[in-house]
Ligand binder design. Sequence first.
Ligand SMILES: *[C@@H]1O[C@H](CO)[C@@H](O)[C@H](O)[C@H]1NC(C)=O
Ligand SMILES: *[C@@H]1O[C@H](CO)[C@@H](O)[C@H](O)[C@H]1NC(C)=O
Ligand SMILES: *[C@@H]1O[C@H](CO)[C@@H](O)[C@H](O)[C@H]1NC(C)=O
Ligand SMILES: *[C@@H]1O[C@H](CO)[C@@H](O)[C@H](O)[C@H]1NC(C)=O
Ligand SMILES: *[C@@H]1O[C@H](CO)[C@@H](O)[C@H](O)[C@H]1NC(C)=O
Length: 422
Amino acid sequence: MAKFLLCALVFALCFVSTESRPIFIHSRKVYNVVDYGAVGDGLVDDTKAFMDAWKATCKSSMSSPTMHVPQGMTFLLQPLTFNGNCKSNNITVQVHIQIDGTIIAPSDPSAWKCPDDKCLRWIEFHDFKGLLIRGSGTINGQGKKWWDLKCKENKRICGRKPTGFVIGGSNNVHIDGLTFEDSPQMHIAFESSEWVKATSLTIQAPKHSPNTDGIHIQHSKNIIIYNTSIGTGDDCISIGDGSSHINISKIDCGPGHGISIGSLGKDGKHETVEFVHVKDVSFTGTTNGARIKTWQGGKGYARNITFEHITSIGSARPVIIDQYYCDHKVHKHCGNHRSAVRVSNIVYDQIYGTSDKKIAVEFSCSKSVPCYNIIMRNINLHSTEDGTQTSSICQNVRGLRNGDIIPDVPCLNEAENLSIMN
Ligand SMILES: *[C@@H]1O[C@H](CO)[C@@H](O)[C@H](O)[C@H]1NC(C)=O
Ligand SMILES: *[C@@H]1O[C@H](CO)[C@@H](O)[C@H](O)[C@H]1NC(C)=O
Ligand SMILES: *[C@@H]1O[C@H](CO)[C@@H](O)[C@H](O)[C@H]1NC(C)=O
Ligand SMILES: *[C@@H]1O[C@H](CO)[C@@H](O)[C@H](O)[C@H]1NC(C)=O
Ligand SMILES: *[C@@H]1O[C@H](CO)[C@@H](O)[C@H](O)[C@H]1NC(C)=O
């Protein structure tokens, strides 16, 4: 009898808990920054309110706590770091940040309160295992005064300009729907992170704003960038050392410097990038398109990289591999070295449109370490000027071609059947 009662009791408990579980999930707790003292007038410093709202979100025992930045308000934030070591009952929680309002940085560099005077980042997310940041909001770095800084007179704050939005040391992060504007330097950086997804973003800064890359990837793998529009003063997307398994698709790029692998191998460094797939991209008025850039004297490799279904609308150098990348203003020795970052297994498939310069395809590969297994298929790049034919540069390249290739890239060997592996 006692046994039966116990069983009945346990059963009832189980029943109740399974019944109530969905309600628990749907009633996830929302932590609104305004409830933690944020003013949202664009003038008052709301950093502390954000940190307090974050602490509450992070400590929440709910299954999917949400920090909310409401619409119709503008929040001024000093540099701040969100630490993702959020644990409730010793279970790592998936945290959600909903940004529908506008977030701005101080507009005057001298008003930035940077730790140790090093203004390297503005908003940073670190140590997350499961983070969703989404919304219709805008994150504006108000970078204009940073761009105009004369570094000689402003050494203290000019050493390095801050990156707008950094995801570091994290896993399973998804950023969706947000707009990023006018960062002092790069807009978004993924550093030492895995399984990061950026979807439906808009990133914009003026064409002449210096070093304002859209998204920079470094020491990271399994990254997806999808359905995103980027127009800035530097690379739309740049992929730096230690990056692999990167899928980039459905991107509008321009103005800007294109989608770049590198630069790799500066100052003799050993650097690597592999398994990058760039697909369905339009370059509009960019100064480069599908670009791989490496320094002479470096080591390592850039390999198994595919660019396919690319449209160029009046871009300069829609296709370029430059193994002589060099900043002539800073470096005096830009010529041939005995070592170079090895570039191999690169596929260009279905690259169409117009080129703003006569040279539409440039392969400037190193004498000591030629580019190897460069494959082109179905290329048709016409000049923006009527009646002008496009041409190519082709130095130290081994590879194959198939289908119509305009401009002619004579250094590639004609292949009858080309199976594209990567
Ligand atoms: C929390 O989890 C870790 C790893 O899963 C475990 O080693 C530790 O003992 C747990 N701590 C508590 C208080 O349950
Ligand atoms: C692509 O992003 C835009 C916002 O930039 C959004 O309106 C649209 O729904 C997205 N499309 C897909 C297929 O995700
Ligand atoms: C990238 O795309 C390839 C081919 O579609 C797929 O096998 C791979 O899993 C994708 N990588 C990521 C990180 O989604
Ligand atoms: C090339 O491909 C075609 C069709 O896929 C096939 O019929 C032909 O045998 C192939 N030629 C060679 C040399 O492999
Ligand atoms: C890298 O690319 C080469 C040439 O396309 C291909 O043979 C090789 O299988 C690729 N490697 C992997 C691991 O996919």
